[in-house]
Design a protein around this ligand. Sequence first.
Ligand code: HEM
Ligand SMILES: [Cu+2]
Length: 593
Amino acid sequence: MAALQETGAISAVKTKESETTRNYLNSPKGIWSWIYTLDHKRIALLYLFTVMAFFLAGGIYALLLRFELWFHGAGLQTEVMKRGLVGPDTYNQLFTMHGAIMVFLFIVPAIPGVIGNFVLPLMIGAKDLAFPRMNLASYYVYLFGALFCIYSIASGGIDTGWTFYTPYSVETKGSVIAMTLGVFIMGFSSIFTGINFIVTIHKMRAPGMTWFNMPLFVWGIYASSIIQVMATPVLGITLLLLILERAFGIGIFDPALGGDPVLYQHFFWFYSHPVVYVMILPAMAVISELITTFSHKKIFGYKLVAFSSIAIAMVSFLLWGHHMFTSGQSELAATLFSFLTFLVGIPSGIKIFNWVATMYRGSLSFNAPMLYAHAFLSLFSIGGLTGIFLGALSVDVHLHDTYFVVAHFHYTMMGGAVMAFLGGLHYWWPKMWGKMYDEFWAAISAALIFIGFNVTFFPQFIMGLQGMPRRYYAYLDQYQTMHMLSTFGTWILALGFIVMAIYLIHSLFKGKPAPRNPWYALGLEWTTTSPPPTENFVGNPRLLWGCYDYDRVMMDQDGLVTFNPNFKDEHEHDKKKPKEDGKARYETTRSFN
Ligand code: HEM
Ligand SMILES: [Cu+2]
């Protein structure tokens, strides 16, 4: 393996025997060295444990929600069945908690906090993020905010929906203030992470890593960091105003106090539309890495994929009104928002097209991360395309607040962001822990999750089109079959996640040791040991060739990288030499130093 570094793409550094046994996981030792750690890799693991705990909690709420909806069909006449398992009030609390946990406590911090933290510095050849203390602070601020949310749940929960719409959120019982204060505090964590990533990407790249040599993961994280920094303050201010209104009766949003509830919706969605891109841009960033690695092929249209991330981030600030087609805005505004919503389809479509083109004639291998990448491609495409239905002003008037919306956002957030998160987790798992998991069980679990997901959420599109409203604990008999199917799907999903938990935990204790480069990838993170040393690299890494230059290099069984003597650079030719007599001539002229 040491040979990889000497001849390798990305050169580095000799490893002494002692250094292969000492790594960031085992030195320094002791619980305090974890609690006070400034190492981005350890902070990533702290995030990992925490977000997974919240995912479990949110998932249990989801199971309960769906369990409730199993009842209430034709001929169910007993008292329990009429009332359902939990009844209307508890149902309202359950979906609020589920939504708030999944969005604010799980998916927003998940990819940046876990995967961004872990791999960003490794990918650009840095020893850590630019501000390690701020990084640790971002974790604790997140945890501190989460405690308020837990308090809110423990003290009876709230029933406003994750959107906290006024005036209901000003009037309803329950600890709305604790929950919104928690979300407000967590916003700072998100901003800290965003700032840290932006500065790191600007300042800490290894020699040779120009902007257009950066892995696409880094571009995606960069774009989403911009949104985190620019949009989160708006949510913070909005929630603060809501808290002031609720605590002191200052009239801002509540018409009874002279306020304007539509203003709340504008503020809320000005953040919350862009924030769906905080979920999906890092997800797309992961997918770009997975697709190239497991196609063993250069990414198609690097610059377009990179710029489309930035374009999505910019456009995302102009669309918020599509959540308000039915809440009262001028016809002109609604028409414009509808039009602008379609615009975001362009950069998203570019990405999908480029990923598919990358796979075209690649040599594909279907390891677990690639299975998730494929799940992402199909599910996110369905989510994205149904978003166009909802963005169409006339159609949305019919579909608004139906299960069509519930299905749409689960296809994007779970089918998109969560699938990518799982793909990324499986991809970098060997790097994180130095252990391989069992591919067979990983495939079984991915299949269960994919099937369970579709059985759960596809029927919801149909129900939605037929008019089943969202946020209802009961329904008319006509929807019963679809609801039961959907609930049944959650059990398949749950089984898939249980299998995953088992083989991942098993891998930590009994897994085979991971080599440096188990997937034969070219990124810098694969040139260091698995798990990496505390300083990430021994010595200073230097970039010899790009992380997608699969056409330039050859790899042997151990992931050993050498130049490909048969490499022909077609583009080099196009740029420099005019074609002679219609025949293409190739040269291998590019030098790397
Ligand atoms: C694990 C599988 C999941 C299941 C079975 C599930 C199920 C549900 C159900 C039944 C509802 C309530 C629908 C209604 O009555 O209107 C809901 C709402 C919601 N879910 Fe999920 N969900 C899952 C995962 C997720 C994930 C991963 C996310 C986000 C990352 C998410 C975000 C939301 C949001 C934002 C709401 C809306 C809450 C509201 O209306 O205030 N869910 N989900
Ligand atoms: Cu939106």
